[in-house]
Design a protein around this ligand. Structure first.
Ligand SMILES: Nc1nc2c(ncn2[C@@H]2O[C@H](COP(=O)(O)OP(=O)(O)OP(=O)(O)O)[C@@H](O)[C@H]2O)c(=O)[nH]1
Ligand SMILES: [Mg+2]
Length: 205
């Protein structure tokens, strides 16, 4: 019974005016596109955001196929790692031991890849893809409690890089040819207006 977590508590500063999470991307709010991509492979969706985003995010997810639970940042603007921690704590309140954690700006997510990451994480603490030199930590599967605890430890020691808690875990790296079967666009995140417009063009095709 895996869960999905969408982390959406950022300020979208590169995007400019408005919250990119709920921005209309070719007719569908971006976070709804992420959620819809995840629906076939998760039983429950946890959305992490700030209290002031809750109403607009809930509207964007109205009628969603899976139960939606909100995990509101106790303190806003503590960074993505705090968002992951808060989202995973909410997962602990469900039946799910593992969760796929996604940023809110991944409109091309490949559900087959997400399913593969769940398989690879089994009996480990995490499965993190590395399509380039970078680990995609906001496109990865974690054992919820273990990663939330590791994030708490990292935050308590003043660490903000999302990669740090990972190194405390028994994690599997998914890279190289293992990624060939999947859509590399799954990792494409949307930050600027220009990237947003380009993504909208492709989604309209
Ligand atoms: N809860 C929480 N989530 C965050 C925070 N900062 C970023 N995020 C989320 O982390 C993911 C990746 O962050 P970015 O792509 O940098 O998004 P962003 O910070 O809103 O945008 P920029 O201001 O342009 O960096 C997004 O889904 C954000 O919503 C934060 O302080 N708290
Ligand atoms: Mg940011």
């Amino acid at each position: 019974m895996p869960a999905g977590v969408v982390v959406a508590g950022g300020r979208s500063t590169r995007f400019g005016e408005g919250d990119k999470a709920v921005a209309d991307l070719a007719g569908v709010p971006m976070i709804r596109r992420v959620a819809d991509r995840l629906a076939p492979v998760v039983d429950v969706l946890v959305v992490n955001c700030r209290a002031d985003q809750r109403a607009s995010v809930a509207a964007a997810l109205k009628g969603y196929d899976r139960p939606v639970r909100f995990a509101i940042d106790p303190d806003p603007d503590e960074g993505p790692m705090a968002g992951i921690r808060t989202g995973l704590r909410e997962v602990e309140a469900t039946d799910a031991a593992y969760a796929f954690v996604a940023a809110c700006d991944l409109p091309f997510l490949d559900a087959d890849l997400v399913a593969h990451l769940f398989e690879r994480a089994a009996s480990h603490d995490a499965a993190v893809p590395r399509p380039t030199e970078w680990f995609e930590t906001t496109h990865a599967v974690y054992r919820a409690k273990t990663m939330a605890d590791a994030c708490d430890d990292a935050l308590a020691s003043g660490e903000t890089k999302i990669i740090e808690p990972l190194f405390e875990l028994d994690y599997v790296v998914v890279e190289g040819e293992e990624l060939d079967a999947f859509d590399e666009a799954s990792f494409e995140n949307v930050n600027t207006r220009a990237e947003f417009e380009a993504a909208a063009e492709r989604l309209r095709e």
